[in-house]
Design a protein around this ligand. Structure first.
Ligand code: ATR
Length: 291
């Protein structure tokens, strides 16, 4: 039998004890009989540079990076891929054969893969609204543009941040030669889809996340079966925002898929192999349903 060298991966976060990534990646290694281990590293932000140097010194082969480190790690890497640069955040670091550390971001690509696989939406014919203008909105916005979305609008409680993000995305689209139309929609607590006919509405904020599960980022009205309503929150699996959209007849897409697919794409960067999607999803889903 071919000898496979043991390898070490992990996630850097603070706090990180509740991360579901170790469970998901370790289940994948086990299913594919890979002698690999994935560990949760709780790293204080003051120590992030040492953690990256430690990765080099100890031969850690790759890490995911989560809150609050996604931007902090960037100055200490040898190379950052183009999309991660455009997003301005790294969630995956891979140590290559020369020992160089390369930063990627799999959040936006993971989101779009999950959205398409669950809803079969054709983004090339979709007018999308992003609710929120933080890091998640940026990652999703870049990948909506890359996927050919012809119209992307941003609405945010703080209008200035929506304008900044729209300008950034517009610049990215121009640089890439995409002909998408970027707009800012003034913040309203009620969005009537008859007046504003979006086909895809995405909550990119954390509003509705446990324990504040009754909260909605905005109220949606006059939804119908041609509209996809999506939420990046996955705890709870079905947010109040999605429950309300479902009652109005819209198709809904929850945040779990984004988490699974970003992990799947990271797995592929780490190992060079296709990840076992169903196993990764099942282990996380069973855990969330139990707790
Ligand atoms: P992340 O990087 O996870 O996207 P972030 O950068 O802190 O997080 O962004 C959070 C987003 O959620 C912001 O767009 C924020 O709106 P503001 O720019 O007005 O702060 C939005 N957000 C957070 N709490 C909100 C609330 N209660 N209602 C509406 N929007 C909210």
């Amino acid at each position: 039998m071919k000898h496979v060298k043991p390898r070490l991966f992990g996630v850097l976060g603070h706090p990180v004890a509740h991360s579901l990534s170790p469970m998901m990646h370790n289940a994948a290694y086990e299913a594919l009989h890979m002698p690999y281990h994935y560990h949760a590293y709780d790293v204080h932000p003051d120590h992030i540079q040492h953690a990256i140097q430690g990765m080099r010194a100890l031969g850690v082969d790759g890490v995911n990076v989560t809150i609050p480190h996604k931007q902090l790690v960037m100055p200490y890497l040898d190379e950052i891929d183009e999309e991660a640069q455009a997003i301005g955040a790294v969630n995956t670091i891979v140590r290559d054969e020369q020992g160089r550390l390369i930063g990627y971001n799999t959040d936006g690509a993971g989101y779009v893969k999950s959205l398409i696989s669950e809803t079969k939406i054709e983004l090339k014919h979709t007018s999308a609204l992003l609710i929120g203008a933080g890091g998640a909105a940026k990652a999703l916005g870049i990948y909506l543009l890359k996927s050919g979305c012809p119209q992307v609008s941003i609405t945010n409680r703080t209008q200035e941040k929506a304008e900044q993000l729209a300008a950034h995305l517009q610049q990215y689209a121009q640089k890439q030669g995409y002909s998408s139309d970027m707009t800012v929609t003034p913040w309203k607590t009620n969005i009537d889809v008859t007046a504003q006919p979006y086909q895809l509405i995405i909550n990119t904020t954390s509003v509705g996340m446990w324990p504040h599960t009754e909260q909605l980022p905005v109220q949606l009205t006059n939804l119908h079966e041609q509209v996809v309503v999506s939420d990046i929150v996955y705890n709870p699996l079905q947010t109040s925002f999605l429950e309300e959209a479902h009652k109005q007849g819209a198709m809904t897409h929850g945040g779990l898929g984004m988490f699974i697919f970003q992990g799947l794409l990271s797995f592929e960067y780490f190992t060079g192999e296709h990840g076992p999607l169903d196993i990764m999803r099942t282990v996380v889903l069973e855990h969330l349903e139990r707790n």
